[in-house]
Write a protein that binds this ligand. Structure first.
Ligand code: GLG
Length: 833
């Protein structure tokens, strides 16, 4: 209704409005206030955790003021908005980033100091919000930061998992153990529960038609979705976007019927089953799991998000045909694809929009990004499972499919093969629904995440669809990373040096990363090089301190730091790296002490989690840990080679590793890594790249110059042929790659603990070698040799490092998000004054 606003006395309201606390006395006052009220504690019993919470709550107050103003501006000006649906957001810590974006870090530092605490200590009290597995989820987090910083009206939608990605422990024998991550066990100062935003979500039940032909879905289980909001402050702007996370709750708290019938246990079970939906993040990266609970998560999340988006749209009082003028919905990978049939259901069944008009609205509202071409990651849902859980959506998908296949038949008459290739339903026992195809045909545009990946998409998964729709539906947006977190925040030394050198305020280059090019003219300057090297050294020592504190070992921080950190996956080939380490170890062992003195000392760091059910990946971890145990204990080689597996990789650990690397490894089999994003972070921090000609490595090479990247290995075009050769004309590994054969034999022989343990892993290389280790090993070793030689000459090395950083401007997530905004979503910045 249009009642008078505000209620009551306007002046009283106005007097109550607060301004942001941005001077030190106001800040300390607000912290003390939160200690007393929100925490109900006192100065005499306040520990670091409590001090963190009170300080974070005071920063949250400032963020909230901006958040409120931003949302009010959106409501008043009614811009077209984009909604980013991603089942994972790997946010990491919030507090430091919030202070940076609010521009209040110095004030808080001083204020917290006056209260007797150290801000840096308080920052480490925060638990990572680890609601993601890897690149997909971290990309979503970077995009939110950029959307606020670029003042674009974007909201994220996801699930509020009670348990994020598992905590990784390493057993004494080197195996990965998984422990739950109860990240919400303390107060989370950065979320706001919205008890007034709840939706009912249905599962199971029956889909029937009424006498007048309308479809009705009824019965089954009803669950409540409760909203939690997480504020996303922009850098150097008031604009503060929102990430809305859904929590599942039982509809009435209890199943009243069972409760009244005296069956208390069953009543509690129903509530458990509702709460289970958002209890845990599936720990799979680049693979599908096919479990009913996962499908339930996907529907729960997309249905709640759409209900929210539609409610907001309806408040504008426009016809539904205008939806695409007010909302663009980005499907990030296939996980939210159910939003397509769900929007059809809302429009057709609930709002009585005719089918064809509804389909027009749908196909102008959604956009789809694919993040991988790996076949094991393409989601397909068995029809029987789907029908049981979502009976009405299955009917809708069948109807979409029928109309679609009719249009294919019209364009390619009589091409039965093509129809069965393009059908949303894959024949078989059971039949399966191809979610990627549903996402393609239900979206306005489709894109990949790096040039090569987008090309491969068009040539493989999307081939038939390119022929049907034409090429213009398919595009590319190369990924990016936020320079706020991944340079300024994680590498304050480098950030300060850059600002001092460019002689412009840091806010300028942090929002326009191409400005880094101004560093090029200093690349040869010995003074500047010296400072550059000193920053790197400090960061290496900071990492060494962390390793000492966590693993209890002293790392040689003078050695070259060589880092490979990412999910454990066969296609990412941590195997190539560890086999290379073993090869290096043997080479060093075979040298005389005199010869060894000429070697380039190297510390190799690994970190990353393996999916709990991914047997081979877990064996790789075990091998790395045991190689480290043997190598690090060998007095002959100790000064030249150290190996560490750092447990429990996280965003916060990445923030320590990335600034400390001299080189980092991105060595996937060509054509398998869609983009990679940590490659961008390392290069932005002046670490050089050892990589295959794959994903975004290629574009990094184009930007910074191939002479500054250590490329090796076969190209994508060769991969298929090589695999064919392996299957039909296998050559024994001793013949093809004797160096690698030697490594494998020594592992078998028990050099790094019981050889039997590793046989299944070694056999993947000896037999099919799907990821082509035998083909790439020699050129990999050669590339590492070039790295050693290049590192000997620190002047040219530092020049490479400086130029690498200076030319990374393209890879800011600001560029990427603006690309989405302009080329895909058609949304415009709206500055909050
Ligand atoms: C994917 C890919 C990565 C990509 C990331 C973000 O495997 O290559 O960089 O998404 O687009 N599943 C992923 O992590």
């Amino acid at each position: 209704g249009k009642e008078k606003w505000p209620r009551g006395d306007e002046k009283v309201w106005k007097d109550g409005l607060r301004a942001a606390d941005d001077d030190v006395p106001s800040i300390t006052k607000s912290i003390v206030h939160h200690v007393q009220t929100s925490l109900s504690r006192q100065a005499y019993n306040l520990d670091d955790l409590g001090a963190y919470q009170a300080t974070a709550l005071s920063a949250k107050d400032n963020m909230l003021l901006n958040w409120n103003e931003t949302q009010l501006a959106y409501t008043r000006k009614q811009p077209k908005r984009a909604y980013y649906l991603c089942i994972e957001y790997l946010m990491g810590r919030t507090f430091d980033n919030a202070l940076l974006n609010l521009g209040l870090k110095d004030q808080y530092h001083e204020g917290v100091g006056k209260l007797g605490f150290n801000l840096e200590d308080l920052l480490t009290q925060e638990r990572d919000a680890a609601l993601g597995n890897g690149g997909l989820g971290r990309l979503a987090a970077c995009y939110l930061d950029s959307s606020s910083s670029q003042e674009l009206p974007v909201w994220g939608y996801s699930l509020r998992y009670k348990y994020g990605i598992f905590q990784q422990l390493i057993a004494p024998d080197g195996s990965q153990l998984e422990a739950p991550d109860p990240w919400l066990e303390h107060l989370n100062p950065f979320e706001i529960p919205r008890y007034d935003v709840q939706y009912e979500i249905r599962f199971y039940g029956q889909a029937e038609r009424t006498a007048d032909g309308r479809a009705v879905w009824s019965g089954g289980q009803e669950v409540l979705a409760l909203a939690y909001d997480v504020m996303i402050p922009g850098y150097g702007t008031k604009n503060t976007n929102n990430l809305r996370l859904w929590e599942s709750k039982p509809k009435r708290g209890f199943d009243l019927q069972s409760f009244n019938a005296g069956d208390y246990e069953r009543a509690v079970e129903a509530s458990n089953s509702a709460e289970a939906i958002t209890s845990v993040l599936y720990p799979n990266d680049n693979t599908t799991f096919g479990k009913e609970l996962r499908l339930k998560q996907q529907y729960f999340w997309t249905a709640a998000s759409l209900a929210d988006i539609i409610r907001r749209f309806k408040s504008l009082e426009k016809p539904f045909s205008a939806l695409p003028d007010y909302a663009a919905i980005q499907l990030n990978d296939t996980h939210p694809t159910l939003a397509i049939p769900e929007l059809m259901r809302i429009l057709v069944d609930e709002e009585e929009v005719p089918w064809n008009s509804a389909w027009d609205i749908v196909t102008n509202t959604f956009f789809f990004t694919n993040h991988t071409v790996l076949p094991e990651a393409l989601e397909k849902w068995p029809v029987p499972l789907f029908e049981h859980l979502l009976p009405r959506h299955l009917q809708i998908i069948y109807d979409i499919n029928m109309t679609f296949l009719q249009s294919v038949e019209k364009k390619f008459p009589g091409d039965r093969e093509r129809l069965s290739r393009m059908s949303l339903i894959e024949e078989g026992f059971p039949k399966q629904i191809r979610m990627a195809y549903l996402a393609i045909i239900g979206s306005r545009k489709v894109n990949g995440v790096a040039e090569l990946h987008s090309q491969l998409l068009k040539a493989t998964i999307c081939k038939d669809f390119v022929e049907f729709y034409g090429i213009s539906k398919f595009g590319n947006v190369t990924n990016g990373v936020t320079p706020r977190r991944w340079l300024d925040q994680c590498n304050p030394g480098l950030s300060a040096l850059i600002t001092e050198t460019l002689k412009i305020p840091k806010s300028e280059w942090l929002k326009d990363l191409k400005k880094l090019e101004g560093l090029i003219k200093y690349a040869d300057d010995p003074q500047f090089q010296k400072k550059w090297a000193a920053v790197k050294q400090t960061n290496k020592e900071r990492l060494a301190q962390y390793v000492e504190a966590t693993l209890g070992v002293k790392v040689n921080a003078k050695a070259m730091f060589d880092v490979q950190v990412k999910r454990l996956h066969e296609y990412k080939r941590q195997t190539l790296n560890i086999f290379g380490v073993i090869h290096r170890y043997f080479t060093l062992k075979a040298m005389t002490p005199e010869e060894r003195k000429k070697a380039n000392p190297r510390v190799v760091f690994f970190a990353g989690k393996a999916a709990p059910g991914y047997y081979i990946a877990k064996l790789v971890i075990r091998l790395i840990v045991n190689v480290a145990r043997v190598v690090n204990a060998d007095p002959d080689t100790k000064d030249y080679l150290e190996v560490y597996f750092l447990p429990d990789y996280s965003v916060s650990l990445a923030e320590l590793l990335v600034p400390a690397s001299n080189i980092s490894q991105h060595i996937s089999t060509a054509g398998t890594e869609a983009s990679g994003t940590s490659n961008m972070k390392f290069c932005l921090n002046g670490g050089l790249l050892v990589g295959t000609v794959d994903g975004a490595n290629i574009e990094i090479g184009e930007e910074i110059g191939e002479e500054n990247v250590f490329f090796f290995g076969h190209l994508t075009e060769a991969v298929e042929d090589l695999r064919y050769q392996h299957t039909y004309h296998p050559v024994p590994i001793e013949q093809k790659c004797p160096a690698l054969a030697h490594v494998l034999n020594e592992i078998s022989a028990g050099k790094f603990g019981d050889g039997q343990t590793y046989e299944p892993l070694l056999n993947t290389v000896r037999h099919h070698d799907h990821y082509l280790l035998t083909e790439d090993f020699q050129s990999y070793i050669d590339a590492l040799k070039l790295v050693d030689e290049a590192y000997l000459n620190q002047t040219t090395w530092l020049k490479k490092s400086i130029i690498t950083c200076a030319k990374m401007g393209k890879f800011s997530s600001d560029r990427a998000i603006l690309d989405y905004a302009e080329e895909y979503w058609s949304i415009e910045p709206l500055k909050v004054e």
